[in-house]
Ligand binder design. Structure first.
Ligand SMILES: C[S@@+](CC[C@H](N)C(=O)[O-])C[C@H]1O[C@@H](n2cnc3c(N)ncnc32)[C@H](O)[C@@H]1O
Length: 256
């Protein structure tokens, strides 16, 4: 698909709008990741959820940590509008502050952070670059919890279509590669885990596939719709066939 084509981009966002999450994940995994760092957080932590998308994690963190303030930051305002609706419904807008901004640029109104959260987002800037960019935003000993796609098999065992799909992300590496980037950026690893397979489906690919089925009738004759829809179906099919080759993994790290 051609992301620079406005018509195709519009269809891409129509496929994605309103999904529970914009990346593989689940409430269970978010809470499991939080448990890796919870005992290192102060009672009223200042948190930023970088690339928060529609805000599943931001809302869950604010619920799980009743005195936390969460700055929920993303570049795409329509996702932030979804976050605002969720936070309003959960009566949490007094502790969740939406910000339409780039996650590499510190915001003047953001105080020193106790923790930066980032699900399915740091790949946009790369792990090492992202961790380095966030250092000035964190207090001493600050925490970062993020997840990142990693290869689970050697290069020679990656099927061409999987390589082609993730080829767009030149920085994609394996678990050891991410751990090296963490160390190089000046953090120590506290723990991590791979997402369970269900995290790819229940709140992400299953609803996305339903959306595609619905849009197929609407855009039957629309040539611009075919590329983004085919691209998305191929991504879902790839997960069905090659789950053993790649996965998202959570990493919990601390400034050293
Ligand atoms: C794969 S989605 C994940 C969204 C969300 N964390 C979730 O799990 O549902 C990636 C998000 O990164 C956002 N994004 C991409 N580059 C960004 C940047 N430089 N600064 C802030 N957000 C960015 C996109 O708008 C999108 O919402």
């Amino acid at each position: 698909m051609d992301f620079s084509n406005p018509a195709q981009r519009r269809i891409f966002f129509e496929i994605h709008a309103g999904l529970p999450r914009q990346s593989a994940g689940s409430d269970g995994s978010t809470l499991r990741a939080l448990s890796l760092v919870a005992d290192r957080l102060p009672p009223a932590p200042e948190i930023a959820d970088m690339a928060c998308g529609p805000g599943a994690a931001a809302v869950l963190l604010a619920e799980a940590l009743p005195e936390a303030n969460v700055c929920a930051l993303d570049l795409h305002q329509p996702f932030l509008d979804e976050l605002i609706a969720r936070a309003e419904k959960a009566r949490l807008l007094d502790r969740i502050t939406p910000q339409c901004a780039d996650m590499v640029t510190p915001l003047a109104e953001m105080g020193p952070l106790d923790m930066i959260w980032c699900e399915g987002g740091i790949y946009n800037i790369g792990v090492e670059a992202g961790l380095r960019a966030w250092k000035p935003m964190l207090r001493a000993g600050g925490l970062v919890v993020f997840n990142e796609p990693v290869w689970l098999v050697a290069e020679t065992d990656r099927a061409p279509e999987v390589r082609a799909f993730w080829g767009g992300y030149a920085g994609m590496t394996d678990v050891q590669g991410v751990e090296r980037a963490i160390k190089a950026a000046g953090y120590s690893l506290l723990g991590g885990f791979d997402l369970p397979e269900a995290d790819w489906w229940a709140t992400y690919y299953d609803p996305m596939r339903e959306r595609l089925d619905r849009l197929a009738d609407t855009y039957d004759d629309d040539t611009n719709a075919q590329a983004p829809m085919a691209h998305t179906r191929a991504e879902i099919d790839m997960r069905e066939r090659y789950a053993a080759a790649y996965n998202y993994r959570f990493f919990a790290v601390q400034l050293t």
